[in-house]
Design a protein around this ligand. Structure first.
Ligand code: HPA
Length: 274
């Protein structure tokens, strides 16, 4: 049995009669939605085989099971980044464990830098596509045929069927929801102004150091994906300087709006067969 099957067994046992349907990955400074989960059952990552240590400030390192708007969720509170030195393939384990435990949909939140003047810090952007700038993938290596096919179709990486519920949730909450293309950089340094000019010319609207690896793993194993980025800053060259503190502070400030958006979204998909 693979390591993610062992982790899935623990998740299934802890979830009891409520196997999770929706997996969630929360970004830097954006984990407060986990506090809105009803009847939470907390499983430290240390109890889940193969879950790498989650190290960055602003990340808790635990799985929270429970319900949001009546939907069973499994929330990865604390995530892994390639820049921490994890083997990319290891980043597949938690998501595959969620899939095996029952999650058909993955919702990702992340912090990002904005490349659009008209999308200032504090703005929310639903991802409609991405650019894999490093050109690497957690799917490199022998294919796990039990999980998915060798070659993954990414034509609809962020599922258009989930755009409607997200847009409606934004309207209902009175929030402006931007839509655009997220470009993944490995980090951990922020980008240079010259890189940002290149990325803008390639069609990127936002830049960040996460999300794309998770999307690749989720799409490979057939989960549908929705993702929302919080603009915590303008990208390099568009403002005077960048820091992780700013990411955390701006993320925390936008957290209530993000929580409103996400709970509204979940309320809308809860009634549908995921
Ligand atoms: N670049 C990369 N990642 C980020 C940024 C940024 O400007 N802001 C928040 N995460």
């Amino acid at each position: 049995m693979s390591v993610y099957h062992t982790a899935a067994q623990v998740i299934t046992a802890r979830a009891g009669s409520r196997p999770p349907r929706l997996g969630m990955v929360l970004g830097s400074g954006l984990s407060s939605i986990a506090e809105a989960i009803d009847k939470p059952v907390v499983v430290p990552y240390a109890e889940l085989d193969g879950f790498p240590d989650a190290g960055v400030t602003g990340h808790a390192g635990q799985l929270v099971l429970g319900e949001l708007r009546g939907l069973s969720v499994a929330c990865l509170q604390g995530r892994w980044h390639a820049y921490e030195g994890h083997a990319l393939a290891d980043l597949a384990i938690p998501l595959r464990a969620l899939k095996v435990a029952g999650c058909e949909t993955l919702l990702i939140t992340c912090a990002a830098g904005s490349l659009r003047e008209q999308m200032p810090p504090g703005s929310l952007m639903m991802l409609t596509d991405h650019i894999n700038w490093p050109g690497v993938s957690p799917l490199i290596g022998p294919n796990d045929d039990d999980m998915g096919p060798r070659f993954t179709d990414l034509s609809k990486a962020y599922d258009p069927s989930l755009y409607g519920p997200m847009r409606e949730a934004a309207t209902e909450a009175g929030l402006t929801l931007h839509e655009g293309v997220y470009l993944w950089c490995l980090g951990p340094s922020f980008e240079t102004p010259a890189e940002i000019r290149v990325f803008a010319s390639l069609g990127a609207d936002a830049v960040g150091m996460s999300t794309v690896p998770e999307t690749l793993v989720a799409r490979h194993c057939g989960m549908t994906v929705a993702a929302v980025a919080v603009m915590t800053n303008y990208a390099a060259g568009m403002q005077s300087g960048l820091s992780h503190e700013q990411t955390l502070t701006a993320g925390a400030k936008a957290s209530p709006q993000l929580t409103q958006l996400i709970t509204g979204f979940i309320g809308r998909i809860a009634g549908e067969a995921l």
